[in-house]
Write a new protein. Structure first.
Length: 315
């Protein structure tokens, strides 16, 4: 029997857990042809989350839990889940029911019948979300789309059902500051996008403050775009062009109007020229920094989707 692992990161979710577990029991009962593992990752909760998980695990042997020593963040909780999931298929979902478990049968059907490696979910509307948060989220996705080669979809949730091969690829991405939406895009594989209407959190409050989200988006940009490192290069080109313009202007003025050569155009031109030199030196340093940044992530050189070789070497 094939096994599906469900990874659920939980941070202070005592209020949502009973509803979620009830729904998981209902959905898994309808998918009796599969074996299930519910892997709850308690991300250093300060409420009764762990006690509740222990309680459910006593009654249901499909329930497993990993409890962190402190709050490491949702990304680390998901990674712990991916590393420890035993299933042939794995899905990560939020504990607050914003990733409806009722979509699982449909997701599984798409993978089985249409030959996809994963089914990812995307909210079509951000109904119920504070306007300011939606605005910043949209702006972030627009910027990301422009400055990154990786396909990061607006409204994409971390909720997706994946085949084992894809999970192994995620585990192979062993970088420290993780940005799952980028990782899912970077590893490739065939993904089907399933849209659904935004659902409100069933209980409790969001665990993401504005500053946490801001830091997370910076992590995303730094992990999946090297455009910021190219800024000095572009600025140096601009600076050189402006410097040249100023110097020509200074020279022409002197010739045409017979003014003293030491005019403000000349001084500005010289300053811009020097700035250009400094910026191009920075550009060279940043080019190397970009390469070092790539190396230290130790991402795999390639990922294989299919092979008939038994002893394939993955590096
Ligand atoms: N979460 C976590 N660690 C954190 C923050 C959140 O494990 O530091 C979990 C949380 O318990 C939930 C999921 O990540 O299952 C999504 O969090 P939340 O619903 O607060 O985020 P939002 O839906 O508001 O983006
Ligand atoms: Mg939520």
């Amino acid at each position: 029997m094939e096994k599906i692992s469900l990874i659920i990161p939980c941070y202070n979710e005592e209020e949502s857990l009973p509803t979620l577990y009830k729904e998981l029991r209902r959905v898994t009962a309808h998918m009796a042809e599969y074996d299930f593992e519910m892997l709850f990752v308690d991300d250093g909760s300060k409420d009764k989350t762990l006690a509740l998980l222990k309680e459910i695990a006593k009654r249901d042997e499909r329930v497993k839990y990993i409890s962190f020593s402190r709050n490491f963040g949702k990304e680390s909780a998901m990674y712990a889940g991916f590393c420890n999931a035993a299933g042939d298929y794995v899905a990560a979902l939020d504990a607050d029911m914003q990733d409806p478990p009722s979509l699982l049968p449909k997701m599984m059907k798409i993978i089985k019948e249409k030959g996809y490696d994963s089914v990812a979910t995307r909210r079509v509307m951000r109904k119920g979300e504070p306007k300011i948060r939606s605005f910043f989220a949209r702006t972030f996705y627009k910027i990301m789309h422009k400055i990154s080669d990786v396909d990061i979809v607006d409204g994409a949730r971390d909720f997706r059902l994946m085949k084992r091969e894809m999970v192994d690829a995620i585990v192979a991405m062993c970088e420290q500051d993780r940005f799952s939406k980028g990782i899912f895009g970077w590893i490739g594989f065939k993904t089907y996008w399933l849209p659904f209407e935004n659902v409100q959190r069933v209980a409790g409050k969001t665990k993401w403050s504005f500053s946490k989200l801001f830091k997370y988006s910076i992590d995303g940009i730094m992990a999946f775009s090297d455009v910021p490192l190219k800024l000095p290069k572009y600025l140096s080109i601009l600076s050189f062009i402006a410097s040249l313009g100023m110097l020509i202007w200074a020279f022409v003025r002197r010739l045409a109007q017979n003014l003293p050569f030491f005019n403000w155009q000349l001084i500005t031109g010289v300053i811009l020229g020097c700035t250009g030199v400094i910026l191009s030196c920075m550009g060279v340093a940043c080019a190397y920094l970009g390469k070092i940044n790539k190396e230290v992530k130790r991402r795999p050189q390639y990922l294989v989707r299919d092979t008939n070789k038994d002893d394939l070497i993955l590096k």
